[in-house]
Unconditional design. Structure first.
Length: 576
């Protein structure tokens, strides 16, 4: 573990083979840690349990379940230490995603049980659930008040009132420079610091039927380039930071030009990345200007590759102009991430596959180091323009915290078909571009790789094979057959609206996969030929790491076998 973490924090991060090895070590460690908590699956960017994030009763039960909730016994000690050291007058919690409801409410329940402190909650999830959270038992006993929308200002007003001060002007929120002093900035898993900064609030477009991101803001507030650069210079000096992720909903080209000129006028040598929505204001001159000022990555939500879908989504992106923008980005060494959605109501299979034709046509523009394509299946989201979509929507009264709904389109791809096709488009896109074989695809990591290697430079890759020492043992079961059964069972699961339920829990309950296990519970794992190649998902009982098999000649099968009937394992929990 220590060696893997050192890779993330050192120059070895930029050797893609070493990076893959380190990432797999961290993933394996989290897999093994998850095995201590029943069917829970805790990953680098996910938390899935047997408890639904849409049902208050499930969330409440999870906050008291030490057997399934890894935060139940982990967080209290940390929370108590923070409260003793800081001696706060009030506690604030921020819920940005559904997955944070269980750990966040776990913290709130502990604070209310052991400390006489008011607890306030904000964040985008509070905004989305603002009509249900305040009156929902038993959470009304945990949270003193909920602060929807831009809750930083509201929370600041609460603190001011506690101190007997006059409240501030919420409109001046963007005038306040962020303060990261209380964060352990040197403990993040990156070789160089990247700080988030928001230059504007909300979305200047705000018309896409399926999107609700912009609705977590009360209104759109255009950024100020002078203030932004003043803040960036302060953050750069204070935290020795040269890399920034602007977390705006979408950069407006006019503001991008203003920001770039302000950065250049102060001689700022920064690197930055941001989201954007392609439209006619994105010109070659804008792309060249922001590239000169340090823009290294743009994330574009293209979402559909046909004019019909663009129109009914009310996205209205000119696809030909989008191709021009991607070409300009490549010309200026800016890595573009292009996002697509499969399964928007009435979308056909042929229309969904147009995304691959778009990628193929533009593969030359999508070869810059740090470029990626992200494909997701359509989600019917609470608060979107549901009444304007051609689908029957199913809402469950037993799930008042439901963010995503099951739906049945009047025509086109159904939920299962959309998910299956989305995965096909994603893997096919990666096969066309080969991005995952060259560099990390995670946003900030791809950003750093682009800054290091630019457009055409070859990224070093030193693949690391599993160790060959006496700790290698053999697992007698036919893991390939077991893996195939798991894959088949998983593919057969009904496609449902997201509730962040553990796949292993669903397999056990809905597909009776538990019956193939040697023991009682089953847990998720990944089977690999070598550390850098993921083959397929596997359920196991014992905690061990897969090391080889017939895919790796370094590990010949026992008794001269072919390796088809067994795989080598490292550090097995018990001799097999």
């Amino acid at each position: 573990m220590a060696e893997a973490i050192d890779v993330f924090r050192s120059e070895d991060f930029y050797d893609y083979g070493r990076f893959l090895w380190a990432r797999k070590i961290l993933e394996d460690a989290l897999d093994l840690y998850s095995c201590s908590f029943g069917d829970t699956d805790l990953g680098l960017s996910q938390l899935r349990t047997r408890y639904s994030t849409a049902k208050p009763s499930d969330i409440w039960a999870a906050t008291a379940d030490s057997g399934e909730n890894p935060f139940r016994d982990l967080l209290p000690e940390w929370v108590d230490g923070e409260i003793r050291d800081f001696a706060p007058d009030v506690v604030g919690l921020s819920f940005a995603f559904d997955e944070q409801l269980i750990p966040g409410m776990t913290v709130a329940r502990h604070v209310k049980a052991h400390w006489d402190l008011p607890v306030y909650a904000g964040g985008s999830m509070v905004t989305r659930l603002k009509d249900d959270l305040p009156s929902q038992e038993p959470f009304d006993s945990l949270i003193d008040d909920y602060l929807p929308y831009e809750s930083e200002a509201q929370f600041g007003d609460i603190i001011d009132r506690l101190e007997g001060k006059a409240t501030g002007d919420q409109g001046a929120l963007l005038e306040v420079c962020p303060d990261f002093d209380d964060l352990p900035l040197d403990e993040y898993f990156l070789p160089t610091l990247i700080l988030p900064y928001i230059t504007s609030r909300g979305c200047s477009f705000g018309k896409c039927l399926y999107c609700v991101h912009y609705k977590t803001y009360e209104r759109f507030v255009y950024g100020d380039a002078v203030t932004t650069v003043r803040h960036l210079r302060s953050l750069a000096d204070r935290y020795h930071c040269q890399h920034f992720h602007f977390v705006d909903e979408a950069l407006e080209p006019r503001f991008g030009r203003e920001l770039a000129k302000e950065l250049e006028s102060h001689g700022c040598d920064y690197r930055w990345m941001v989201f954007g929505r392609i439209h006619r204001a994105w010109t070659l001159e804008v792309v060249q200007t922001i590239a000169r000022s340090g823009c290294r990555r743009l994330i574009f939500g293209l979402d559909a590759a046909t004019d019909r879908l663009q129109q009914i989504m009310k996205k209205n992106t000119d696809l030909k102009h989008a191709e021009n923008v991607l070409a300009w980005c490549a010309q200026e060494r800016i890595a573009a991430q292009v996002n697509f959605i499969t399964g928007y109501p009435t979308e056909t299979k042929e229309e969904a596959l147009e995304a691959l034709r778009f990628i193929e046509r533009n593969r030359t523009s999508l070869r810059t180091v740090g470029v990626s394509v992200a494909v997701s299946n359509f989600a019917m989201v609470r608060g979107a323009g549901l009444d304007q979509m051609s689908a029957k929507i199913s809402k469950d009264s037993d799930k008042p915290f439901q963010i995503y709904y099951d739906y049945h389109p009047h025509s086109g791809l159904n939920m299962k078909e959309a998910a299956t096709l989305g995965q096909f488009v994603q893997t096919s896109a990666d096969r066309i571009l080969g991005s995952s074989k060259r560099f990390p695809l995670l946003r900030e990591m791809a950003f750093l790789y682009n800054d290091r290697f630019g457009r055409d430079q070859v990224v070093p890759r030193t693949d690391i094979a599993p160790p060959t020492d006496s700790s290698i043992q053999w697992f007698s079961h036919d893991l390939r057959a077991l893996g195939a059964l798991i894959a088949t069972s998983r593919a057969g699961l009904e496609e449902r609206a997201e509730e962040y339920l553990s796949v292993w829990w669903r397999l056990a309950c809905e597909a009776d996969v538990r019956s193939i296990s040697r023991g009682g519970d089953i847990h998720g794992y990944q089977l690999s030929g070598i550390f850098t190649d993921n083959a397929f998902e596997l359920c196991i009982v014992d905690s061990f790491s897969i090391a080889g098999g017939d895919a790796d000649p370094a590990f010949p099968a026992p008794n001269g076998g072919s390796g088809d009937e067994a795989l080598a394992v490292i550090a097995a929990s018990a001799p097999m």
